[in-house]
Every structure is written in structure tokens, then in C-alpha cells.
Design a protein around this ligand. Structure first.
Ligand code: PGA
Length: 234
């Protein structure tokens, strides 16, 4: 069973629940577990609709503290209270756009676990890192710095240069990265691949050794495409 997770990023309005309805109507899939991470404004309504179905609902980020004077932030207990079961932490759009460090990502992952959420910890090299032959070193550093010290996390390998670009590493490069990542993790840790996953490339990516599923951005916005990707899961 592979996990097919959708990250809607800053997309989606109340009317977008039609996409969730289509995912629910498709019924459970024999080899894909579905997780949808809408923006926080939609979490409670999506989680209420998805309760008892095969679609899980997750959040895209959390604050490391459980509560306090942090204007505009959302804590892990709040996300759990809204019905989330998972939370993405350390996405490159947070690391780069909001200056998040490995140490902060670790605190967020630990806060998620403390609130009963499964953290999806994102790591990935930039194009500059890859061209300098530093991919595996960067991944090792990010894993050492941002994984929670205990507890079960999911890891998402998302090469920064593959996100939203239509470019992906070839299957050998994905397999090499996943094998290197797995060396740092307990054996049962799912490792998702993310970055320009589409219905067209999903069969090859999801068949790559070591790939435990996909974290899908743009192609998760339409249930039709997201379900086509889930259909390639094994
Ligand atoms: P993408 O985004 O599928 O649009 O490339 C993936 C992600 O950022 O999680």
C-alpha cells in the first residue's frame, strides 16, 4: 500500500470540496491510501466531510509551540482538533520562503507527534546542490537535523528543482536518493517522492524501488488527476 498525499498549498476555496467529494466517491483503492492537505481554512470542513471515509486530511505546516502569542500561526493541537491526522513540515517553500531551519523543522515534527499527528518531514536538494555533487550530503544533513528524535515520521524526498517545474530526476536517481535516505531511518519509515508527480510519470515513479508513495502538488488540485496517480500505486 502506497501513500498518495496531495498538498494543495495556497489553493482552494469552500467550493473546492467538490474535489474531495470526487475522491470520496471513488471508493477505497486496493493499493493507495489517500491523504489530502488543503489550506488551513478548509481543514475543519474537509475533515468533517471525510470522517469515516478512506480519505485522510492533513495540514501543511504547524508552529512548534502548542499555544501562545504567535499571531497568524497554528499549533499542532489546533490542527488535530480541526480533524487533521497528518501535517507536512519543512516543505522547501517554508524552508526557503520563510527561512525555516532544520532545527525548527525538528521542533515542528516533535510538536506534531506530541499532538498525535503524523509529521511528513520534507527534505530535498537544490539544483545547485545537485550540480555540485552534494545531493546525498545535503539529504543526510537535513535528515540528521530535522527528523524528530523519537516517534514515527514519514519522510518526503522532494528535490527543490523538481517542484512545480515539470522536471523530475530519472528513476535511477530517485532510487539512489531513497536508498540513501532509508539508511538513516527505521526500516518501516515510508519515504514519499515529491516534485512534478503527474498521471503520466506516476507509474514509473511509484514503481521505483524504495518509493513508498507520492507527495503531489499541482496535480492534486483536480480529483481526476489525483485519482489517476493513485491508480498507479502498488
Ligand atoms: P508539485 O509540488 O507536484 O506541484 O511539483 C510538489 C510539492 O511541492 O509537494
Amino acid at each position: 500500500m502506497q501513500l498518495i498525499a496531495g498538498n494543495w498549498k495556497m489553493n482552494g476555496l469552500l467550493a473546492s470540496i467538490a474535489e474531495l467529494e470526487a475522491l470520496i466517491a471513488s471508493g477505497p483503492h486496493p493499493s493507495a491510501a489517500l491523504l489530502l492537505c488543503p489550506p488551513a481554512t478548509l481543514l475543519a470542513s474537509f475533515a468533517a466531510r471525510a470522517r469515516g471515509t478512506h480519505v485522510a486530511i492533513g495540514a501543511q505546516d504547524c508552529h512548534p509551540e502548542p499555544c501562545g502569542a504567535f499571531t497568524g500561526d497554528l499549533s499542532a493541537p489546533m490542527l488535530a482538533d480541526a480533524g487533521a491526522t497528518h501535517v507536512i513540515v519543512g516543505h522547501s517553500e517554508r524552508r526557503i520562503g520563510h527561512g525555516e531551519t532544520d532545527a525548527l523543522v525538528r521542533r515542528k515534527a516533535e510538536a506534531a507527534l506530541a499532538a498525535g499527528l503524523v509529521p511528513i518531514v520534507c527534505i530535498g536538494e537544490t539544483l545547485e546542490d545537485r550540480e555540485a555533487g552534494q545531493t546525498l550530503a545535503v539529504l543526510a544533513r537535513q535528515l540528521q537535523g530535522s527528523l524528530p528524535s523519537s516517534g514515527a515520521a514519514i519522510v518526503a524526498y522532494e528535490p527543490v528543482w523538481a517542484i512545480g517545474t515539470g522536471r523530475t530526476p530519472n528513476p535511477d536517481a530517485i532510487a539512489a536518493a531513497h536508498a540513501a535516505i532509508a539508511d538513516h531511518l527505521p526500516g518501516d519509515t515510508p519515504i514519499l517522492y515529491g516534485g512534478s508527480v503527474s498521471p503520466a510519470n506516476a507509474p514509473a515513479i511509484l514503481a521505483t524501488p524504495g518509493v513508498g508513495g507520492a507527495l503531489v502538488g499541482g496535480a492534486s488540485l483536480r480529483a481526476h488527476d489525483f485519482l489517476a496517480i493513485a491508480g498507479a500505486a502498488r
